[in-house]
Design a protein around this ligand. Structure first.
Ligand code: ADP
Length: 481
């Protein structure tokens, strides 16, 4: 199949979270399965083509979006065995301090990405069977294809799949978005009541017009169809529930497994865990914490935003740190309040807590490899990748039982010796305290802990399996099902 894959980030070139990992891995595995997949993302200022063969494909293409005019070019980055990544070059839009902005032209930045992808199809004669749109940034593509590009027989058979990686980000813009999308002639196809209220919700229009809607775990697929988790879009998802499907993200074990990880100092396996202990020493030394034998280390690697649930820790962590011999290594950045919370613990517990404020892929790998436990108290979690990475690294996850965390972490059962981590059902301070203390209790029993680590390390969430599920979704929409 010919697949056009459009996403705002693709790891290796630019990444802020799980979307980047998925957009790097899924096209690669689909390509290995024999499909012609072409990925599109913006050429942000920070994109580094190191290790790829980057060649120019188009330059100085003029694009008109309502009253706005842009000129873009396209480079193609290729790596052996990988799907080509098309980098849309438009410095006026993409050379900003971060990948995402709160600027008034944020929607235009991604409309240019979408339009550029279609323009490249036309200029190269690439007729996609499936356009795979990711998140709000690409969610208007189904409607754009069905209207503005309808005349072109190249797209006659094209079907669309929208994947929602996080329903918390919907791309809500004023009514001028209709004109900016070049769809003034098709304003009647937008959600009329919202338009009257002065709103255009990009993600909603993906849900309305894509041939299939997927999200990144079965539990999240159910959750977002409820008012509690749907962030206002649940009625629209329920109306299309027969096409809404949850497909768990996979893990690229070439990048994220202790046997193959090129970013950690000591590789190890379930059979020989000695490297893990040495990674722990390395982690503690790098984070400036003392290495005290027998003291467990809890790791956190995360965007520091409300969704991730760290505010639950505010009231309980200081007491836990006083009461237990435990250390905490945190990597992340985001909301000031959360950054200040972790910084305050570093000052209050300098031998127990270390916080690296920022983004570091290398440190993320070292925390996975060196920590004993991994904490994810997310309020909601569409899939979550770090808990799956943690399982493979023998780093026992402590998670709130929601979304993909519920689908991937099984609560330890002392009677059967089954289970891979600790999960708590309620999202409150007592529950997270219970979760952490339960994990500390299990850690104290070496045999139990070893079993838990082994159970987790033998779990398999590989992309080989998950990419096949996407293939079936593609086949279904192409076949008209
Ligand atoms: P989300 O997409 O909501 O951020 P996921 O768990 O799906 O959450 O994916 C997070 C990805 O981003 C993981 O690969 C994680 O290692 C990475 N990540 C998050 N924050 C950082 C950071 N500060 N430094 C390095 N990697 C990070």
């Amino acid at each position: 199949m010919n697949v056009l894959f459009v996403a705002s980030e693709v790891a290796r070139y630019a990444k802020t979270g799980g979307l980047g990992d998925v957009s790097a891995a899924l096209p690669m595995y689909l390509r290995r399965a024999g499909h012609d997949v072409r990925t599109f993302m913006p050429l942000y200022k920070t994109v580094d083509g190191k290790g790829a063969n980057v060649v120019p494909l188009l330059r100085d293409v003029e694009l008109r979006l309502g009253p706005h005019r842009y000129t873009f070019g396209v480079f193609v980055a290729e790596r052996p065995g990988d799907a080509p990544v098309h980098l849309v070059d438009c410095p006026a839009l993409y050379h900003r301090p971060g990948l995402y902005t709160g600027d008034p032209d944020e929607h235009l930045r991604f409309l240019v990405l979408c339009r550029a992808a279609l323009e490249v199809c036309q200029r190269t004669g690439f007729s996609p069977d499936v356009v795979h749109c990711n998140d709000w940034q690409a969610a208007l593509l189904p409607l754009i294809i069905q209207t503005r590009y309808r005349w072109d027989r190249l797209f006659e058979k094209t079907r669309t799949v929208l994947t929602i990686h996080n329903i918390g980000y919907q791309g809500t813009v004023g009514p001028h978005a209709v004109r900016d999308a070049g769809l003034a002639d098709s304003a009647n196809l937008f959600h009329q009541e919202q338009l009257k209220d002065g709103r255009v919700n990009f993600l909603l229009h993906g849900i309305l017009y894509a041939d299939a809607v997927t999200t990144v775990s079965p539990t999240y697929a159910r959750e977002i169809q409820t008012p509690e988790y749907g962030v206002g879009l649940d009625p629209f998802l329920r109306a299309r529930s027969s096409t809404v499907m949850g497909i768990l993200n996979g893990v690229d074990y070439d990048e994220w497994s202790p046997e193959k990880d090129k970013l950690i100092p000591h590789r190890y396996s379930a059979q020989d865990l000695s490297g893990k202990a040495r990674n722990k020493e390395e982690l503690l030394s790098k984070m400036g914490l003392p290495n005290v034998p027998g003291v467990p280390v809890i790791g956190i690697v995360s965007r520091l935003v409300g969704q991730k649930g760290f505010r639950l820790l505010e009231g309980v962590m200081p007491a836990l740190l006083r009461r237990h011999r435990v250390q905490l290594t945190v990597l992340g950045s985001g909301e000031r309040r959360l950054e200040r919370m972790f910084s305050a613990w570093v000052r209050g517990f300098p031998k127990q807590v270390a916080f690296y404020r920022g983004f570091s892929n290398e440190l993320a790998h070292l925390i996975e490899a060196g920590a004993d436990m991994f904490l994810m108290p997310s309020l909601y979690e569409p899939c979550g990748l770090n808990q799956m990475y943690s399982l493979k690294y023998g780093t026992v996850p402590i998670v709130h039982k929601t979304g993909g965390l519920a689908d991937t972490v099984k609560l330890w059962d002392p009677d059967t010796g089954q289970g891979t981590g600790v999960s708590f059902a309620n999202h409150d301070a007592r529950a997270v305290q219970w979760g952490i203390e339960a994990a500390l209790g299990l850690y104290a029993d070496r045999n139990v802990w070893r079993r838990l680590m082994h159970n987790g390390m033998s779990e398999d969430f590989s992309w080989e399996t998950q990419a096949k599920v996407y293939e079936r979704v593609y086949a279904r929409v192409v076949g008209g099902g």
